[in-house]
Design a protein. Structure first.
Length: 381
C-alpha cells in the first residue's frame, strides 16, 4: 500500500529523503530517454479540483503530466471499468509535477486525482476512440507479460498459504506465532503489489493503514491485525478481521492468476515498487507497529527486479546501456540492504540510524531513477 500520511521520522531526515526521492525518482519521460515523446496531457491538481486538459484522446500511449498546486499530497490514477488501474502515480507533494505513461485502447476511463490520497477521489470522464497498434503486439513485449504472469502465479500460491497460516495463528490466539508469520505473509503481497493494486477495490481493505480510510470506512486488513498484535499484545476481537483478510486475499489470488499486465503496466509497476520505498516506507510509516519494514523493502526490490527481468530481452535490444545500468544499481541496492539481514530475517526499522536509512534511500532512489526510464524505452518500440 502506498503512503497516505506524513512520515514519522525527524524533520531533517524527512526533508533529505523527500528531496532525494522527488528529485531523482520521478523517472524519465520518453524525451529523457532519447525516444519519441508521447502526447502530453496536462493535469492540474488541487485540493478540490482535477482539471485534465483533454477529455477525449485517440487510442495509443499518452503521457499525463500532473502538477499538484494544492496543500495536500495527492495521487493520480487512470481507471478502467470496475476501477481497474491502467496507470497510477502517487505521492505527488504540493508544488511537484510527476509524469505517467499509459497505454489506452478505445474505451471509457476515469482520470482521477486523490487529494490526501484517500477516498474515491475527484474524477473526470475520459473517452478514448480509434485504433492503434498495441505495445503487446510486439512479440518480445508480449512474452514479457507471459513470463511475469508465471512469476505472479508462483507468488500468489505462497501468499495464500502463508496468509492462511497467519490467520490460523491469529484465530487460535497464538500472539507470538502470528507475529512471526506476519512479515512472511506480507513478503508475498509486497512482491506482487503492482498486480494487486490494479484491483483498486481490494488493495485498500487488505493493505490500508489506520487513517487511510474514507469517512465511515472500517480499518481492516493486515495492518489492523498488526496493531492488535504489537500494540495490544492480543488477538482478542480480531477473528472477524482475520476471516475477512483471508477472503480478500483469496480474491486477489483468483484475479491475479487471470491477469496479465501490459508492457507499460509492468514498467510502471517496477518503478512504483521502488518509489514506495524511497518516498515512504523508508520512514517506517508502513509497518509502524511491528517495525518489520525491511521485509517489505526486500520484497519490493525483488518484485521490481522480476518485472524488469521480464522486460529484459526487449531492453537488451532497445537500450543495452540502460540494462547495464539497471544491473549495477539493482546490485548496489541489494548490497546496501543485505547489511541488515539477520538470522531471523531483517533488522527492525526502529533499530536503524538515520545515516543507515539515508544510505538505503540513496541506493533505492538511484535505482528508481534508472527503472523510471524503462517505460519510455518500452513506449518507443
Amino acid at each position: 500500500m502506498r503512503d497516505r500520511r506524513l512520515p514519522l521520522l525527524t524533520a531533517g531526515l524527512l526533508a533529505a529523503l523527500t528531496t532525494a526521492a522527488c528529485g531523482a525518482a520521478d523517472g524519465g519521460t520518453a524525451a529523457d530517454a532519447g525516444g519519441e515523446a508521447a502526447d502530453t496531457v496536462t493535469v492540474a491538481a488541487t485540493d478540490d479540483a482535477c482539471d485534465v486538459a483533454s477529455s477525449e484522446l485517440p487510442a495509443g500511449t499518452h503521457q499525463f503530466q500532473v502538477t499538484n498546486s494544492g496543500s495536500q499530497v495527492t495521487e493520480f490514477y487512470v481507471y478502467a471499468d470496475g476501477d481497474r488501474v491502467m496507470g497510477e502515480v502517487e505521492n505527488i507533494a504540493p508544488g511537484l509535477t510527476r509524469e505517467l505513461l499509459v497505454e489506452l485502447p478505445a474505451g471509457t476511463y476515469a482520470a482521477t486525482c486523490k487529494p490526501g490520497m484517500v477516498g474515491d477521489g475527484i474524477r473526470s470522464d475520459l473517452t478514448v476512440t480509434g485504433e492503434a497498434a498495441q505495445l503487446s503486439e510486439d512479440e518480445t513485449l508480449s512474452q514479457a507479460g507471459t513470463d511475469y504472469q508465471r512469476y505472479v502465479q508462483s507468488q500468489t500460491g505462497a501468499l495464500l498459504e502463508q496468509t492462511t497460516a497467519f490467520v490460523d495463528a491469529v484465530k487460535g490466539g497464538d500472539v507470538e506465532g502470528a507475529k512471526a508469520l506476519y512479515p512472511v505473509a506480507r513478503t508475498y503481497w509486497e512482491r506482487i503489489e503492482p498486480v494487486a493494486e490494479s484491483f483498486g477495490d481490494l488493495d485498500p481493505v487488505i493493505d490500508g493503514r489506520e487513517g487511510d480510510q474514507a469517512e465511515g470506512e472500517d480499518f481492516t486488513g493486515f495492518h489492523r491485525i498488526e496493531q492488535a498484535l504489537w500494540v495490544g499484545g492480543t488477538t482478542e476481537g480480531t477473528a472477524p478481521y482475520a476471516d475477512k483478510l483471508l477472503a480478500d486475499v483469496q480474491q486477489v489470488v483468483d484475479r491475479a492468476n487471470g491477469t496479465t499486465l501490459e508492457p507499460l503496466q509492468l514498467a510502471n509497476g517496477a518503478k512504483a515498487l521502488l518509489d514506495e520505498i524511497a518516498t515512504g516506507k523508508i520512514t517506517g510509516e508502513e509497518e509502524r507497529y511491528s517495525h518489520t519494514d525491511l521485509w517489505d523493502f526486500a520484497a519490493n526490490l525483488e518484485g521490481s527486479e522480476a518485472a524488469v527481468q521480464a522486460l529484459r530481452p526487449y531492453l537488451e535490444e532497445a537500450d543495452p546501456d540502460l540494462v547495464a545500468q539497471l544491473d549495477e544499481r539493482f546490485a548496489a541496492a541489494e548490497a546496501e540492504l543485505e547489511q541488515y539481514r539477520t538470522d531471523g530475517g531483517w533488522t527492525l526499522h526502529d533499530q536503524l540510524t538515520e545515516d543507515q536509512l539515508q544510505g538505503l534511500s540513496d541506493r533505492i532512489t538511484a535505482l528508481s531513477e534508472s527503472v523510471g526510464q524503462v517505460a519510455a524505452v518500452v513506449a518507443d518500440q
